[in-house]
Design a protein around this ligand. Structure first.
Ligand SMILES: Nc1ncnc2c1ncn2[C@@H]1O[C@H](COP(=O)(O)OP(=O)(O)OP(=O)(O)O)[C@@H](O)[C@H]1O
Length: 296
């Protein structure tokens, strides 16, 4: 069975508020995908559809060509980890492992215990007594060790300190290499997590703004560095993301691709061309009010 994931003409409305509008995309199986968007863009709503927690108001979500909602066999192939309220959870960490092992067919208990060790999770402690970052680590541990063909983490890092997040990213990459599967990560930590993503999806105000491979996305912008006057002459009329100046040297980040003639002109002016970050592009694309076009 294939696990290509598809959203087909999906809309979600809450009363008269439309949270998702005409969402169409396909995810080839096996990729690590970053789901990006400003607060309220619709990321959690979209992920809740993919975990079959809710049904689209219209449209369908399919995995391997079959509709997901109320399809128990397919639903068991998806896991969604999110910031859970564990304030009343008297189970111990090890009880949680037992429960996950009993209902997840691919659950790898020894890998879960390895993760518990990495995250320094006390197996005998009640979950409600853990710190916030440790509760998030429990979610990551269950999510990764479940080895579901579609594995989703919705801002699951909340409360984790930087070294713990590094352990999460490292384990995710290593386990994905050993057991390739679709992993979707929604995040606001774009600059910290950009290297993880093979592909990105950007939502803006409930719409799919862009779906691109990360390398193609990064080609949407570039930095131009050199003598201030030459840089200013070169970037005149281009869409500017930011400017940094130090002494007589200026570095301008622009949005847009250059023609061969422009590359030649940059060389003639002695300018250095470089990359811009995923975060810079993301901020630009989600701030611009006139940029609501759907691009693929
Ligand atoms: N149950 C609900 N009832 C009414 N509106 C809702 C409901 N759930 C979500 N919304 C609205 O839908 C929009 C999208 O919310 P969603 O939680 O999907 O955004 P998000 O991209 O995950 O945001 P954040 O980055 O802040 O977590 C928001 O305007 C939110 O208020």
């Amino acid at each position: 069975m294939g696990f290509e994931t598809a959203f087909n003409q999906v809309n979600v409305t809450f009363g008269d508020f439309q949270a998702l509008k005409d969402i169409n995309f396909r995810l080839e199986e096996g990729k690590i995908v970053g789901l990006l968007g400003r607060n309220g863009a619709g990321k959690s709503t979209l992920l809740s559809l993919l975990a079959a927690y809710r049904k689209p108001s219209t449209g369908t979500v399919t995995i391997g060509g079959q509709e997901l909602f109320e399809n128990p066999l397919l639903m068991s192939q998806v896991t969604l980890s999110y910031n859970t309220d564990y304030s009343d959870e008297t189970d111990k960490v090890k009880d949680m492992l037992d429960a996950a092992a009993s209902y997840r067919s691919n659950f790898d208990r020894s890998y879960a215990e390895h993760l518990a060790e990495q995250f320094r999770l006390p197996l005998d402690k009640q979950i409600k007594e853990l710190s916030n970052g440790m509760k998030s680590a429990v979610n990551v541990m269950i999510g990764l060790a479940s080895r579901c063909p579609v594995t989703i983490f919705d801002e699951v890092y909340v409360g984790m300190d930087a070294p713990t997040r590094e352990i999460f990213y490292k384990e995710l990459l290593e386990d994905h290499a050993r057991h390739p599967r679709t992993i979707i990560l929604s995040t606001h930590l774009v600059s910290e997590m950009d290297y993880l993503f093979e592909e990105i999806i950007i939502l803006k105000k409930g719409r799919l703004l862009m779906q691109k491979r990360s390398d193609q996305f990064l080609e949407l912008g570039l930095s131009v560095t050199g003598a201030t006057q030459a840089v200013e002459q070169f970037v005149h009329g281009m869409k500017r993301l930011s400017t940094r100046q130090l002494g007589g040297t200026t570095s301008v980040r622009i949005y847009g691709e250059l023609s061969e003639a422009q590359h030649q002109e940059a060389r003639n002016l002695g300018l250095e061309l470089g990359n811009v970050s995923m975060q810079d592009l993301f901020i630009h694309l989600t701030e611009e009010e006139d940029n609501d076009a759907i691009e693929k």
